[in-house]
Design a protein around this ligand. Structure first.
Ligand code: IPD
Length: 278
């Protein structure tokens, strides 16, 4: 198996993400060419494709042995397989709906996983110039300043994110609405930004206390989960129990206590796993 120099991987990826960020910052102001994917609200633009191409070509020339899972490559029929090999998991524009509307909460998300563990996480909101980074065992940072979760344990004091998602499957929509209805009277505040990686980054920052989602893909959360863990938070399955990146469900929180309180309340929804070949 290819061995990795985590610091070198991080430096190369950071440089490419900054370069890709220039492209996003420029394109968000302009008219986009929009196509739909799995549903009428699951979108892709020429910028999603251009950013993914820039990142994968830069990373694969620096690390020819590494594997890739990229949102738009998978949409175009590419593989979505997580092995023990070093694998870059990329969402070129997370929050494409926001990007299309020039709503400035959109980001580039890049995670490097090795032996099915997150080693590097980068989430960059290029529009607001917020660079969230984490290396396993070395903490989490926003624009080079160390960040940490809030430490909140009480639901009644928690500001939480609920994910609406980009599926119009009636069972999924019903689950989203049921969970929001359950949680609103119990939490301090419930918000949705429409960008899974930024939701997680804000939990890492201590600007929100928890986030849950059923229906996200591995590329939406591969970097965000490391940010939360390195900021001192927890990442579990929405029903409680261990987090599984390919299961398409995530609950992250500032504390285990808060995460477990939320997991007990949530109605569950299980979409098809990532990586299932038909
Ligand atoms: C979407 C966003 C959204 C989440 C969806 C994702 P995309 O990512 O992260 O917040 O609810 O499930 O698909 O498609 O814009 O990269």
């Amino acid at each position: 198996m290819a061995s990795i120099n985590k610091q070198e991987c991080f430096s190369v990826a950071l440089k490419l993400v900054k370069e890709a960020g220039n492209l996003v910052r420029d394109a968000i102001k302009k008219k986009k060419r929009i196509e739909t994917k799995s549903s009428a609200v699951d979108l892709v633009t020429e910028s999603d494709k251009a950013v993914e191409k820039l990142l994968i070509s830069g990373l694969s020339s620096a690390f020819p042995d590494h594997k890739f899972i990229g949102e738009e490559s998978v949409a175009a029929g590419g593989k979505c397989v997580l092995t023990d090999e070093p694998t870059w998991i990329i969402d070129p524009i997370d929050g494409t709906m926001n990007f299309v509307h020039s709503f400035p909460y959109t980001c580039i998300s890049v995670g490097l996983w090795v032996k099915k563990e997150a080693e590097v996480g980068i989430v960059y909101n290029a529009v607001l110039e917020q660079m969230f980074t984490a290396l396993k065992g070395q903490g989490a940072f926003l624009n080079n300043e160390k960040i940490s979760v809030s430490g909140e344990t009480e639901l009644s004091q928690a500001l939480i994110f609920s994910e609406i998602g980009s599926s119009l499957d009636p069972e999924k929509v019903d689950t989203v609405l049921t969970n929001i209805t359950t949680l609103i009277p119990k939490v301090h505040g419930c918000r949705t930004m429409g960008c899974a990686a930024l939701h997680m980054a804000h939990v890492a920052l201590g600007a929100a206390d928890a986030n849950y989602s059923m229906g996200v893909h591995c590329w939406d959360i591969a970097a965000g989960c490391l940010l939360v863990q390195e900021a001192g938070g927890v990442v579990i399955d929405t029903a409680g129990g261990p987090f599984d990146l390919m299961r398409r469900r995530v609950l992250c929180a500032s504390t285990q206590e808060l995460a477990e309180k939320m997991a007990k309340l949530l109605k569950q929804y299980q979409p098809e796993r990532d990586g299932v070949t038909k």
